[in-house]
Ligand binder design. Structure first.
Ligand code: ADP
Ligand code: MG
Length: 288
């Protein structure tokens, strides 16, 4: 049977905006030694903004944005939202006849009967399309039409206000290893990690690479130690499901993420991980 005190703990957490789906997860937080975080939407706001745009000769910057916005019209990825917002005009859905999202890469679409690719360098490399590398700091999105590179754009995200203090608080609460995983570029990942104090970073990961990385970490730990994964569910629901304790961002997170998670942080603040550990500790004191 479940000791009564645990219900108090779950209630106390819920009053703090933390939804714990079972007393076992709250109890498990007392043995939390590894916190693995996704970057976009967890450490950063996941609200991208389009910065500078580069267009090859013969194309206007506005055209790069228009083609990208058309291709991204059905994507709910935060990068897609920022492109549509930057374009700002109404999109004619009839111009798009075919569409496919390539997880961790971008999108492939047919617009005005032309084959369009919008995504990271891996997407173009995979299609053997040569392009001019954009070395600005930020997430770089490349655009290609009918097998030719036509332009790129720099998209920036912002680190969440409480991200840095989260790392300090987690260490104080007894977490020994904090790891960041991302599908984004090495340059962006390392600059974010450095700014908030995360030392172990893995970048350019596809969704399945994130699962493999998590499983590697699960093998590294002692049997009594617990591993948490924290994500927004965009491309990381399988990782959430596989960790000992999966945290999802409730505001940004997809329905699938909220369902796969063991603990939901309603206001998307990563510092709530440390708060939930505090609740777990207090609950244990009451139960025993
Ligand atoms: P993260 O691990 O940072 O949460 P994702 O796995 O969601 O990132 O995506 C990894 C990378 O794949 C992005 O940084 C971007 O380069 C590319 N990408 C994914 N979806 C899209 C999209 N809809 N449009 C353009 N690029 C995308
Ligand atoms: Mg993500």
């Amino acid at each position: 049977s479940i000791p009564v005190g645990f219900f108090g703990g779950i209630g106390s957490a819920s009053r703090k905006g933390i939804l714990v789906k079972g007393s076992n997860f709250l109890e498990g937080l007392n043995d939390l030694k590894y916190v693995v975080m996704d970057k976009t939407g967890t450490v950063t706001k996941g609200k991208f903004e389009v910065g500078s745009i580069y267009a090859v000769e013969g194309y206007a910057k506005e055209e790069i944005l228009e083609i990208a916005a058309l291709a991204e019209q059905y994507s709910t990825h935060p990068i897609a939202s920022s492109i549509k917002e930057a374009y700002g005009k109404k999109i004619d859905p009839a111009r798009l006849s075919d569409y496919e999202e390539v997880a961790g890469h971008g999108v492939q679409a047919t617009i005005d009967a032309r084959e369009v690719l919008v995504g990271n360098s891996k997407l173009l490399i995979g299609k053997q399309i040569s392009f001019k590398e954009n070395n600005e700091l930020g997430t770089i999105i490349y655009v290609a039409v009918d097998g030719s590179f036509i332009g790129s754009m720099v998209i920036g995200d912002q680190i969440k206000e409480d991200a840095k203090e989260t790392i300090t608080q987690l260490h104080q609460a007894g977490v020994e290893h904090i790891v960041m995983l991302t599908g984004d570029s090495k340059a962006v990942a390392e600059s974010v990690a450095k700014e908030i104090g995360i030392k172990e970073v893995y970048a350019e990961l596809l969704p399945q690479d994130k699962v493999a990385k998590l499983e590697e970490i699960m093998q590294r730990k002692q049997p009594s130690e617990k591993v948490a994964f924290v994500g927004d569910g965009i491309n990381d629901t399988p990782v959430l499901a596989r960790s000992d304790i999966g945290f999802a961002m409730g505001g940004l997170g997809s329905d699938a993420a909220i369902e796969a998670a063991d603990i939901v942080i309603m206001d998307d603040q990563p510092s709530k991980i440390a708060v939930s550990m505090k609740v777990a500790k207090e609950t244990r004191k009451i139960v025993w």
